[in-house]
Each structure stands twice: as structure tokens, then as C-alpha cells.
Design a protein around this ligand. Structure first.
Ligand code: ADP
Length: 220
């Protein structure tokens, strides 16, 4: 893992979102300082995190004592306590922390967080809800919107594809989609070329506009 200050991250709030995020950062080799005002939450996650402390993140003195002002990356994972979420984000912005991620529970909340200095706002429940909608009413196995109207999806190979190669299928001219990767049952994903044969039960990852990838998935 990288060994510099971008690899030291402060996570504030150890609810479901913050604790999952902090644990994954540690698994990925980051050094995490995690704070929560509830001792029980801190205790519950202390083993899996690098450093933990019980602290009220709306108190600038507590944050300074813990060295939070020196971090380059911070995540505000407080959701339901709107006041604490906004105050904490603005304190981190006052410290001049250059990369602040903040979790919002509504679009209005997200707009306020941006106003007070969050550089990235995530709306986990809205974003996950929208993503699952694409899976529920379609035939896609997974769906990730990379930008507005541009998506990466995982689908089964279309029936017409079995026994041919990706090149012969002409998916780009027929559907406007690009096959990024392909996977045989039981194997890992590999990159796809025009010569890659398509077999029964193969899984594809394709990129294209939302409308194009959805139309393509309907053919599978
Ligand atoms: P989730 O939906 O991810 O579980 P919650 O909003 O329920 O998110 O949890 C946020 C966490 O943030 C809670 O564990 C809560 O104790 C903590 N928290 C709330 N306010 C503060 C604060 N001022 N300082 C530190 N931690 C806080």
C-alpha cells in the first residue's frame, strides 16, 4: 500500500455506513482514525480499525487534540443528526482538509454539505435505490452509472451470441455498446477482443449509454 499522508484517513461516525467504509479502508491498507461520540460504537469496531477514539466531532478542540486538522482525507459518515453532520463538515473545511467526503440523507442535505465545504457528497440510499431499480425491472446482473446517461453493466451473453466471436456480433454497430470484459462460468473476467469466442453461460461487462446498455440487456 501507499505509504504517505493520502493513506491516512479520518472517518467520523461509525454507524453502518462509516464502519463498513472504515473497515474496507483498513483492509485496503489505509491507516484509519475513526471517531464516534458513542463509546459502544467505538468499542464495537476498535479491533478492526487502526486508531479509534470517542469524541464529539462538533467540538473543534477535541478534533485538534486528536490531530484531525493534519489529515489530508476525511469522511463525515454522520447521517441522521443533520446538525452534527453540517457542523463537522464545516469544521473540517475550516481546517483546510483538501479532500472531504460527506454522506447525505437527502439531496437538500447534500447541497448544504457542498456549501459548507464537502468536496464529494454521497447519498448511499438514493444511489443504491436507483441502481437496484435498473436490476429489478430489467435483465441486468449489475449496473453502475458512471456519469449521467453512461453506464457499465454486467449481463448474460445474448442467445444469438453463443458460438460466435465478439467481432462477428458487431455489437458496437448494432447496439452502440462496447464489450469491456467477458467471463466463462467458474473463471475470472478477462478483457475482450474481436476474436474472443462467446459460450453458453458467459457473462459480459458492456459499456454504453444507459438506453443502449438497457436495450442490449433486453436481448439476453
Ligand atoms: P448509518 O445509517 O450509517 O448507521 P447513522 O447516522 O445512524 O448512520 O450513524 C452515524 C454515526 O455517527 C453514529 O454512530 C453516531 O453516534 C455518530 N455521530 C453522530 N453525531 C456525532 C458527533 N457529533 N460526533 C461523533 N460522532 C457522531
Amino acid at each position: 500500500a501507499k505509504n504517505d499522508d493520502t493513506n491516512q484517513i479520518v472517518v467520523i461516525g461509525l454507524g453502518r455506513f462509516g464502519s463498513s467504509l472504515a473497515a474496507e479502508l483498513v483492509r485496503r491498507g489505509s491507516e484509519v482514525l475513526a471517531l464516534d461520540s458513542r463509546p459502544a460504537e467505538v468499542q464495537r469496531h476498535a479491533d478492526e480499525l487502526t486508531h479509534t477514539a470517542v469524541a464529539d466531532s462538533t467540538d473543534p478542540e477535541s478534533l485538534r487534540q486528536l490531530g484531525v486538522h493534519q489529515f489530508k482525507r476525511a469522511v463525515v459518515a454522520i447521517g441522521t443528526d443533520l446538525e452534527a453532520s453540517i457542523l463537522t463538515t464545516s469544521l473540517l473545511a475550516d481546517f483546510g482538509i483538501p479532500h472531504i467526503w460527506a454522506k447525505a440523507t437527502s439531496r437538500q442535505h447534500g447541497r448544504i454539505l457542498e456549501r459548507v465545504g464537502a468536496h464529494h457528497v454521497v447519498l448511499p440510499e438514493h444511489e443504491m435505490g436507483e441502481r437496484v431499480a435498473h436490476l429489478v425491472n430489467g435483465r441486468m446482473l449489475d449496473y453502475i452509472e458512471l456519469a449521467e446517461h453512461y453506464a457499465l453493466v454486467k449481463t448474460h451473453a445474448p442467445a444469438e451470441a453463443v458460438g460466435t466471436t465478439l467481432g462477428e456480433l458487431k455489437l458496437r454497430s448494432k447496439y452502440g455498446v462496447t464489450v469491456v470484459g467477458i467471463k466463462r462460468p467458474g473463471e475470472d473476467f478477462t478483457y475482450a477482443t474481436a476474436d474472443t469466442p462467446v459460450g453458453q453461460g458467459d457473462t459480459l461487462v458492456v459499456a454504453g449509454t444507459t438506453a443502449q446498455v438497457e436495450a442490449f440487456a433486453e436481448r439476453t
